[in-house]
Ligand binder design. Structure first.
Ligand code: SF4
Length: 342
């Protein structure tokens, strides 16, 4: 019997485009040297699974509005600080006097609000099904703690609608294992019935090689397929606890994705009974139309329409030190992976 590595290295089937939906997969596949094993006809393309990358420019502009116009202390994961907004990044706003604090979790932001009752504090809640429950928990804690100075600015997104929007951009999806750990695999099974093939992959070298080998073997059979190659973590039903928590506190809303545009019902916002913690409502944030740098092709990169190296400013004007777009800033971004490893 062939090993996963042998299956990958000796693949001589038809050309296949495999989309790494998850930014961590993109980085790990580069870092582990797996790309070097792939024959020419196996093409890996990046997808929309880096939460910072898909967060639109308008969200950065809203956060800057809160910080500069409303004097709110903005708590955020570090990656978002250097993502360019229309006029400046949060780092730029900090230079103009805005209070921008880097935190490692929404719980840290809630704790900061509790310890600083004299400040209004907003957490920038971005990410997919994996991170949304933690944002909800922070709001729940704030309610229990009786805080009136804590809120979240939501840009939380859900993957199912993105898969729908990306149908046809790849032959096989490499599904993000950590998202499926929460959502389960029902959706992937349903997509396979609609003709969309994919495998759920873990994050170690062995798990990634196995997932790719399974994808190549199944692809040659010529029929749509779904295989869970990360069964030690991903179950069919996912995390019921997380699903119930999010459902209790949040509801679906239309959401803008960088590159993919507005996707109906692909976002999450707090339900009406939790709206006192919704920064957009609390501070009456106006609708802001963000404008990305026209030279940046993040939108195309996130849809697998081009590789980062196809962007004219890649590695020249746009580098991790001086990022022009979100995909070069984020530790999960495809442009930063290409810059670091290729
Ligand atoms: Fe955007 Fe920079 Fe990537 Fe080009 S290289 S797509 S400018 S992030």
């Amino acid at each position: 019997m062939k090993t996963a590595r042998e299956i990958i290295e000796t693949y001589d089937g038809p050309h296949v485009r495999i989309m790494e939906v998850c930014g961590t997969h993109t980085h790990e596949i580069f870092r582990l040297g797996i790309r070097k094993l792939l024959p020419e006809q196996v093409e890996l393309i990046s997808g929309p699974g880096c939460p910072v990358c898909v967060t639109p420019v308008s969200f950065i502009d809203e956060a800057i509005y809160l910080a500069l116009e409303k004097g709110v202390t903005v708590c955020t994961f570090g990656d978002l600080v250097r993502v360019p907004g229309t006029k400046m990044s949060l780092a730029g706003a900090r230079e103009q006097g805005a209070k921008i604090r880097i935190v490692y979790s929404p719980a840290d932001a809630e704790k900061y609000a509790r310890e600083h009752p004299e400040e209004q504090v907003t957490f920038l809640s971005v990410g997919f099904e994996t991170t949304t429950p933690a944002g909800c928990l922070s709001v729940k804690s704030a309610k229990e703690d009786g805080l009136s100075n804590y809120s979240i600015l939501t840009a939380n997104k859900t993957m199912p609608q993105a898969y729908e929007a990306l149908k046809g951009s790849a032959d096989v999806f490499l599904y993000p294992g950590h998202v499926n750990a929460i959502t389960g695999t029902h959706l992937c099974e349903a997509l396979a019935e609609e003709g969309v093939s994919g495998v759920v992959a873990g994050f170690t070298a062995k798990e990634l090689m196995t997932a790719l080998a399974v994808a190549l073997v199944k692809f040659q059979e010529g029929k749509p397929f779904f295989v869970n190659c990360y069964p030690r973590v991903v179950t069919q039903e996912g995390s019921r606890e997380a699903q119930v928590l999010v459902d209790e506190m949040m509801e679906a809303c239309d959401s803008e994705w960088r590159g993919l545009g507005m996707i109906p019902a692909s976002g999450m916002k707090l339900r009406q009974e939790w709206q006192e913690f919704d920064a957009r409502i609390k501070y009456q944030v106006p609708i802001i139309e963000g404008k990305p740098n026209p030279a940046c092709r993040c939108g195309d990169v996130l849809q697998g329409k081009c590789k980062p190296s196809d962007c004219k400013v890649f590695g020249k004007v746009c580098t991790p030190q001086h990022p022009v777009g979100a995909c070069m800033v984020s530790g999960e971004g495809a442009c930063s992976a290409y810059y670091q490893y290729s």
